[in-house]
Design a protein around this ligand. Structure first.
Ligand code: C2O
Length: 580
């Protein structure tokens, strides 16, 4: 009896100790290292009755979800099991001082060659929410992508009923043909790419496509419960609208930055962007027990595009039959029409940083440097002995400040780190457009639309408060361009249609609670001003996240020089950094 009591006492003490340790704030515990393995390989996948080898990570499509906590050290060993080169980019992760792990091929690393491995090592600092990862080599991100989730160390700042479950919703695009050949055709003939055959929700096109009923995303929910939807746009070439019939969505975070919560009937999400919303399953379904969800493009271009809709379903548990009688009866009335720029604009206007005491909005109030960058599509003469299938027998290209970015055959970060600048790149990216004109008012085809090709970078000292005004132009056509900045989040302090006006617009900037993001959808035929605290030394890619435009050269790069001391300096390159 006595022995038993002693034994009990001891185990109670032990469990108390265990509980106490478990409750210790993580900051006093040593940092956790989370390790993952990614094997890039081919996998046979069928959609729309077309079977083809698809490039995947670990055979999954979409790829595996990475889930870590704020503050974690992350190590992802990527092994390339195919002949083609590859790299992986952790889109939106700031990569403070660890540019070697950022991923864009020829910007921060040479690609991982067939049969080789590379371990991406970085720490997740001061970010919470939903991001994505994707391949950053040619068009591989068509199928090589997945969610990157960062759990906060502190409770979420928004109040909500208890969250029943998290639901991952990743949009993508499916081509029946081989994506490599789509890209190669486009490069060879200088034409636009053929559009995809379907949009997908979690890799599934849904029942509005031929031979696709069984490939439909269905999410079971319980009546009265609240869910957190982590929504990611991993599509290659299209901004999307998304809505769930009858339900409203409360936006709480974008690009792993908390927002002031607001409720909306639909969202607009550009490629590379992420949006976390809360949704309560509080609607009474019909006899099917189902509500449709739908994603379709927000259209701003005159180029041919895929105008189809991907459908999925919310299935209310224990309510209804789970069977849809007729697809014609399906209505997602709250889904905006494809041309609904008014909705897209209002939605963007509603996005504000949380700007609380705990999560302040550190937007630079004054700036050290302003750079004005035009975004253009271009039409170039067809080189001799080539066949060009762009407009009027010419080639399409795209540029920023008339510079069409050419990726060099080696890593710019490595050249920069080792001071080997000769011939690979130059530090003279123009800080304003080469000539000023009515950017958004010119006849699309009369202005001289030739561009220059090169690898020019903008160089700024550590800590620069940088403003970049992104100005769309009407060359060929105006269009909404999602511009993504690597290595930094930025604040969108102003946006508008038409031309940016230095005398008028800066005084109207929002310097109180502008949204923080890594990808800004620059209004079609308009401009967006972003402010960046350039405090992450390294080489950072800036580009349109419409893959066809990146291919055409709609990109630039900037270098943030090292600051003082080790904490403001790029870490040395890892031992296993791939060679070119
Ligand atoms: Cu999500 Cu440079 O890309």
């Amino acid at each position: 009896m006595e022995g038993l009591r002693k034994h009990f006492g001891l185990s109670i003490l032990l469990s108390l100790l265990i509980i106490a340790c478990w409750m210790l704030p993580s900051s006093s515990a040593s940092p956790t290292t989370r390790r993952f393995r990614f094997n890039v390989g081919w996998k046979k996948v069928s959609r729309l009755c077309h079977t083809k080898p698809l490039l995947t990570v670990n055979g999954e499509y979409p790829g595996p979800t990475i889930a870590v906590h704020e503050g974690d050290n992350v190590e992802i060993k990527v092994t390339n099991r195919v002949e083609e080169n590859t790299t992986i980019h952790w889109h939106g992760i700031r990569q403070f001082r660890t540019g070697w792990a950022d991923g864009p091929a020829y910007i921060t690393q040479c690609p991982i060659r067939g049969g080789q491995s590379y371990t991406y090592k970085f720490t997740v600092i001061d970010q919470r929410g939903t991001l994505l990862w994707h391949a950053h080599y040619s068009w591989q991100r068509a199928s090589v992508y997945g969610a990157f989730i960062i759990y906060p160390r502190m409770p979420n700042p928004f109040s909500s009923p208890p969250i029943r479950a998290e639901i991952r919703i990743i949009f993508g695009e499916w081509w029946n043909s081989d994506v490599d050949s789509v890209e190669n055709e486009m490069i060879k003939y200088g034409a636009g790419p053929i559009s995809s055959d379907a949009y997908t929700i979690n890799g599934l096109p849904g029942p509005l496509y031929p031979c696709s009923n069984k490939d439909t995303f269905i999410q079971t929910v319980e009546f009265g419960k609240t869910y957190m939807l982590r929504i990611i746009n991993a599509a290659l070439n299209d901004e999307l609208f998304f809505a769930i019939a009858n339900h409203t969505l409360t936006v709480v975070e974008i690009d792993a930055v908390y927002t002031k919560p607001f409720t909306t009937t639909a969202i607009m999400i550009a490629p590379g962007q992420t949006t976390t919303v809360l949704m309560t399953a509080n609607q009474v379904p019909d006899r099917s027990g189902m509500f449709a969800m739908a994603a379709r493009p927000y259209l701003t271009s005159v180029f041919p595009f895929n105008n189809s809709t991907s459908l999925g379903f919310l299935r209310y548990k224990k309510l209804g039959s789970g069977k849809i009688k007729s697809l014609n009866s399906l209505q997602v009335h709250n889904l905006p029409l494809m041309e609904d720029t008014a909705f897209a604009t209002k939605f963007s206007d509603n996005l504000r940083s949380l700007a609380s005491a705990q999560f302040p909005c550190n937007v630079p109030k004054s700036i050290d440097k302003q750079v004005i960058v035009t975004i253009s599509l271009n039409l170039q003469e067809c080189p001799k002995n080539e066949t060009c299938k762009g407009f009027n027998g010419k080639r399409f290209h795209a540029s920023m400040n008339n510079q069409s970015f050419v990726r060099p055959p080696t890593s710019i970060l490595e050249c920069h780190y080792k001071n080997l600048t000769t011939g690979i790149f130059s530090s003279d990216f123009p800080e304003k457009p080469p000539n000023s004109f009515d950017y958004t008012g010119v006849d699309p085809l009369t202005e001289n639309m030739n561009t220059e090709f090169g690898t020019k970078l903008l160089v700024v000292p550590y800590g620069t408060s940088l403003e970049i005004v992104l100005q769309d132009t009407s060359f060929l056509n105006v269009e909404n361009h999602p511009i993504h900045v690597h290595g930094h989040n930025f604040f969108i302090v102003g946006r508008g249609f038409g031309n940016f006006d230095q005398a008028k617009h800066p005084v109207e900037y929002n310097l109180v609670d502008p949204p923080g993001r890594n990808t800004v959808a620059v209004p079609s035929g308009g401009w967006a001003a972003i402010r960046i605290k350039a405090d992450n030394p390294g080489v950072w890619f800036v580009h349109c996240h419409l893959e066809e435009h990146t291919t055409w050269g709609l990109a630039m790069g900037f270098i943030v020089q090292n600051g003082r001391g080790p904490s403001q300096t790029v870490i040395p390159p890892p031992q296993d950094l791939p060679l070119c």
